[in-house]
Design a protein around this ligand. Structure first.
Ligand code: SIN
Length: 549
């Protein structure tokens, strides 16, 4: 890998492919694209950032003799509540063992027992033990460390870190590159005929999330601005058990992995009584939305809901859950002596840039994979630990598709120059972000309703109107951090408005989307909502809100 500091003041660089984002999907795609020249562009200062790094549960794959990929696919489709693409689910689960082998070839060491057999965990809505772990609950760290090393050793990849994407550039009907701002605050064009969005999810839009602060929906918003088709935006999954601590301003809460409940951890109310047994036959291992709602409703009533980790720690030892134990201790709890307080928090956005089974978006030259994409695998509710699997499978599919596609030259003509903020925009932007998060918590939480959603849409428009206006031209007086804050705020506002519109449109409850005013699943809604930017514009002009369905 060539590591570039962005000191070439005239412009960025040319490449066969730009990969935007350095989580598992981005790293996999970049590696699998060899021997093409790849620019890996990421806003984080190193490859150790993003949500994949924080993944605890592991990777779901059928690797044991008493399991089958058909059962894994069936569990995936069941969790997806009628909106999975069954063919995609069958294909991805069938590629599971190969995805695991790919990770092992790149140096990932999965946990095994004393006899050398893979230690397989179970999580909510899985019918079989099929979750592979690495370092106990530190799968994300182990996987990212191995792939980051492979990327660093790869000659065909040039890394531009601390580089914040501004906008995609299109010319003559096809993608021709990207504008991005480096650590020196200079905005440069990066030219390429192919770009892969692997920018992750949108957790930072919510007031409580297991995601890192960089999950600001950048790729989704950039694709939206170019009129890409987006789908399933209303489906945002809440993890039932994040540790209730004093939240950081970003809203990030430590995850207490579902693997803990898979190993016997129990949810208890203020009287120490297990309540999930009354809610679902699978109790603590019920589908994630069921557990999240049960916890949320009790917390709304003022109950103190806790997770008792002790049965899981007795079974697997502290070394099975080093991250969970460290997080509890850091927050002042002793998980060996007491049950710890938990709350649901936004964990994974099923919606995103609509792709086909090769990862192609609706825009020529633009692919998407990982959490930013909606491939049809997750439907209305992702099955736990299917996202690392999807990142590897689709990262490799995207690379294969690009490698086998006809190659186009980089367009030489000038790219339209984007607008950037003036100095001093950050204070207002941070204010807008915190108002946005509060709205998302009120109107787009575990339960939703039309009056709350309508009020949120109106209020989000007001926030949008207050976003500091940009300056025309390539130069901005603001520094890199200010520019990033402004760009992230712009991306968050656009994405929030699109999510709210989709959530208002879906007048039923399904998977992760629960409408208090429509609590039942409705057969007439067994289809996806696809939106583009023009639907948002149409909604500002008054009813009817939607053309697409
Ligand atoms: C967890 O460890 O509970 C999260 C796993 C996942 O969301 O895939």
């Amino acid at each position: 890998m060539t590591e570039r500091t962005t000191d070439d003041r005239q412009g960025g660089a040319d490449a066969d492919v730009i990969v935007l984002g350095s989580g598992l999907a981005g790293l996999t795609t970049a590696l699998a694209l060899a021997p093409l020249r790849v620019l890996l562009v990421t806003k984080t200062p190193s490859l150790y950032g993003g949500s994949s790094l924080l993944a605890q549960g592991g990777i779901a794959a059928c690797v044991s003799e008493d399991d089958s990929t058909a059962e894994h696919a069936a569990d995936t489709v069941m969790a997806g509540a009628g909106l999975c693409n069954a063919e995609v689910a069958q294909g991805v689960t069938a590629e599971g063992p190969d995805a695991v082998a790919f990770l092992e070839r790149h140096g990932v060491i999965f946990d095994r027992d004393a006899t050398g057999c893979l230690l397989l965990g179970i999580e909510g809505a899985h019918g079989k033990h099929r979750i592979l772990h690495a370092g106990g609950d530190a799968a994300g760290r182990h996987v990212i460390a191995a792939l980051a090393k492979a990327v660093q050793d790869a000659e065909h990849i040039t890394l531009h870190n601390s580089t914040m994407a501004v906008d995609l550039a299109f010319g003559q009907g096809s993608l021709c590159g990207l504008w991005a701002v480096g650590a020196d605050a200079v905005c440069r064009p990066f030219r390429s005929p192919a770009l892969v969005l692997a920018t992750g999810g949108s957790g930072a839009l919510w007031p409580a999330t297991s995601n890192p602060p960089e999950a600001t929906a950048d790729g989704l918003a950039m694709a939206a601005r170019q009129a890409a088709v987006l789908a399933d935006l209303e489906f945002a999954q809440f993890h039932p058990t994040t540790l209730l601590t004093d939240q950081a301003a970003s809203g990030r809460l430590p995850l207490l992995s579902e693997a803990l409940r898979g190993a016997g951890a129990l949810l208890v109310d203020g009287d120490g009584r297990r309540f999930m047994v009354d809610e679902h036959p699978l109790a603590e291992l019920a589908p994630r939305d069921v557990v999240a709602r049960a916890v949320w409703r009790r917390r709304q009533r003022g109950e103190d809901i806790r997770l008792d980790l002790r049965p899981a720690l007795a079974k697997r030892g502290v070394s099975g859950f080093p991250q969970a134990v460290a997080a509890c201790r850091a927050a002042g709890f002793d998980p060996m002596a007491e049950a710890v307080p938990v709350t649901p928090a936004l964990h994974y956005h099923m919606g995103g840039v609509l792709t086909d089974a090769r990862g192609r978006s609706s825009l020529p030259g633009l692919w998407a994979c990982g959490e930013v994409a909606t491939t049809g695998l997750h439907g209305a509710n992702r099955l736990a630990s299917n996202s690392l699997l999807e990142a590897v499978v689709f990262g490799r599919r995207v690379a294969e598709d690009i490698l086998s596609s006809e190659r186009h030259d980089v367009l030489e003509s000038d790219l339209p120059v984007p607008e950037l903020p003036a100095r001093g925009a950050s204070t207002l932007c941070l204010e807008l972000q915190s108002a946005l998060r509060a709205l998302m918590g009120q109107a787009l939480g575990v339960e939703r309703s039309a009056p709350e959603l309508e009020a949120a849409i109106a209020r989000l428009q007001e926030l949008q109107d207050r976003l500091p206006a940009p300056l025309p031209g390539r130069e901005s007086a603001a520094d890199a951090a200010e520019i990033r804050t402004w760009l992230e705020t712009r991306n968050m506002l656009l994405t929030a408005r699109l999510i709210a519109l989709a959530a208002l449109q879906r007048e039923e409850s399904r998977g992760a989307h629960f409408r208090r005013d429509f609590p039942m699943t409705r057969e007439s809604w067994s289809h996806h909502i696809a939106l583009t930017l023009s639907d948002l514009t149409a909604s500002n002009e008054g009813p009817p809100l939607y053309a697409s369905g």
